[in-house]
Write a protein that binds this ligand. Structure first.
Ligand SMILES: Cc1ncc(COP(=O)(O)O)c(C=O)c1O
Length: 491
């Protein structure tokens, strides 16, 4: 037996490796060729299509006991999976808020899986790259080099990391040791009534409870009302609570409104509170030359959540939490069990990356972000963000010019809220009509948009976080929305 190659003529042990690498090579080449064609021709396919019964049934097959040739399995993927995507790589996908991925990022994910490293830490190249991508995120946000950060599954997790450090830093006791029940004065966190639902989940998971997150009214532009926030903080202090953290929105999920981050940073400083920015939608506007001014003040945050799987278009998943005070970050999560001690040299001599979050095992998310950033350069990503914001305003103008449609909220960045006018219908029927338009746009494969309710008014919502969208796609959306609205109202 050759110790380095592991080859043994007599080995009877099993392995998951193929018995014939040449076969796998041929099939793999085909898969890559198909993948290139899939992405190249995405515009020719419907955004989304409903799955027929046989496809649904296919996914109820029971646990496989015996082998199936890989070529057959790939055939099933081609028939049953690839034609029925969520659709977010399509140029006319604007539902909720997603990125549209990129081929280089997909290669990065593939290579990361091939290398197979666990980013819990250790002394290896993937770990250095993980740190480098975090450093690049700090640079994009204007955070100091001394700040820390961690790549996580997405924005929800990145927010939870920031809120956890905020809680532990402001609790006034050792929360890790004694738990939230020992906190003397109940902590209060603040955000606008437009805050994303992940903050509620975070507050609940942190043991602070949903009510400890005070929602402050937003103004007509859907930004937090700073005077109302100031008053709420004073009121809570007088009532015996401890105001601990202000959460600013750099882009709300409903309309993309950006809070006055400079004013929030100043207020947090005056009140000795933590300033966290939920930048899952808009933090990366900081790299967009025409719009960076909109997020001025983000660099003053104590912590930021941002989402490379949105405006850096990394294939899912990739989120990032940044924390100005690296030791506060590490002290919130670091534990050194006996089986994960560092050594002076060798594999365990690197930094333990799991000291900055809740996961111990971590995937190699950095590679897909790193490869795409190097391929295109950060300036191009900045220009693409400006492009999407200009497209948002282009769509808002189209809607304003179209008598059958109306805007229902101000458009500040790339999110447009509007509806088919239904003056003669009550609000329930107007909602039903607009919902039907949205569903038919999806079912006819034209466009994927979503809906929401902003300050009590139901509307359709288009979020253009898509590097494939062209203005002609938005022209089509408006024309088809009017066509469907007219058809449904006439029926
Ligand atoms: C403002 C905001 N915060 C947080 C999140 C959650 O991010 P993720 O879906 O990456 O967990 C989103 C998602 O769209 C968001 O828009």
């Amino acid at each position: 037996m050759d110790a380095m190659s592991g080859h043994s003529a007599t080995s009877t042990e099993e392995t998951l490796d193929p018995s014939d690498w040449a076969d796998v090579q041929v099939l793999s080449h085909r898969i890559v060729d198909d993948a290139v064609a899939y992405l190249r021709d995405v515009r020719q396919r419907p955004v989304w299509q409903e799955m027929p019964g046989d496809v649904r049934d296919f996914f109820t097959a029971s646990l496989p006991q015996s082998p199936t040739p890989l070529a057959d399995i790939y055939g099933d993927v081609v028939d049953k999976v690839m034609p029925y995507p969520m659709g977010n790589i399509h140029p006319r996908f604007w539902s909720w808020y997603m990125g549209s991925s990129n081929f280089t990022g997909a290669l990065g994910d593939f290579l990361a899986a091939i290398q197979g490293s666990n980013l819990g830490g250790g002394n290896h190249a993937a770990a250095l790259m993980d740190g480098q991508v975090v450093d690049w995120c700090k640079q994009m946000m204007g955070m100091p080099a001394s700040a820390s950060g961690t790549l996580v599954s997405g924005g929800s997790m990145a927010n939870i990391i920031g809120l956890t450090v905020a809680r532990n830093t402001k609790a006034g006791i050792d929360v890790r040791e004694h738990g939230v029940a020992a906190i003397e004065k109940p902590l209060r966190f603040y955000g606008s009534d437009q805050i994303h639902s992940c903050h509620r989940k975070g507050m609940e998971a942190l043991g602070l409870g949903n009510r400890a997150l005070r929602r402050i009214a937003s103004d007509a532009s859907l930004r937090i009302d700073i005077a109302a926030l100031r008053a709420a903080i004073a009121e809570d202090r007088a009532a015996g609570f401890k105001p601990a953290c202000i959460i600013g929105n750099a882009g709300t999920v409903n309309t993309g409104a950006i809070d006055d981050l400079q004013a929030l940073a100043k207020l947090a400083h005056e009140e000795d509170m933590w300033f966290h920015v939920d930048g899952c939608i808009g933090a990366l506007i900081a790299i967009a030359p025409e719009n960076a001014h909109r997020v001025a003040g983000i660099e003053w945050a104590d912590s930021i959540a941002l989402d490379p799987h949105k405006w850096l278009h990394a294939p899912f998943e990739a989120g990032c939490a940044l924390v100005r005070d690296a030791s506060a970050h590490r002290e919130t999560f670091a534990v050194t069990p006996e089986y994960l001690e560092s050594t002076p040299r060798g594999l365990a001599s690197g930094q333990w990356l799991h000291d900055y979050g809740l996961q111990t095992s971590r995937g190699f998310k950095a590679l897909k972000v790193w490869m795409a950033l190097r391929e295109h350069g950060v300036e191009k990503f900045g220009r693409l963000i400006d492009q999407n914001i200009a497209q948002g305003h282009y769509l808002a103008n189209l809607i304003e010019a179209e008598l059958a449609l109306e805007l229902t909220a101000p458009t500040s960045i790339n999110i447009v809220c509007f509806r088919y006018r239904a003056e003669r219908l009550d609000s329930e029927r107007a909602k039903a009509l607009n919902t039907e338009i949205m569903l038919r746009l999806q079912e006819e494969g034209i466009a994927a948009i979503s809906d929401t309710t902003v300050q009590g008014r139901h509307c359709l919502r288009v979020a253009i976080n898509n590097h494939r969208t062209r203005r002609e796609d938005l022209d089509l959306l408006v024309a088809e929305t009017v066509r469907l609205g007219n058809e449904i109202s006439a029926a």
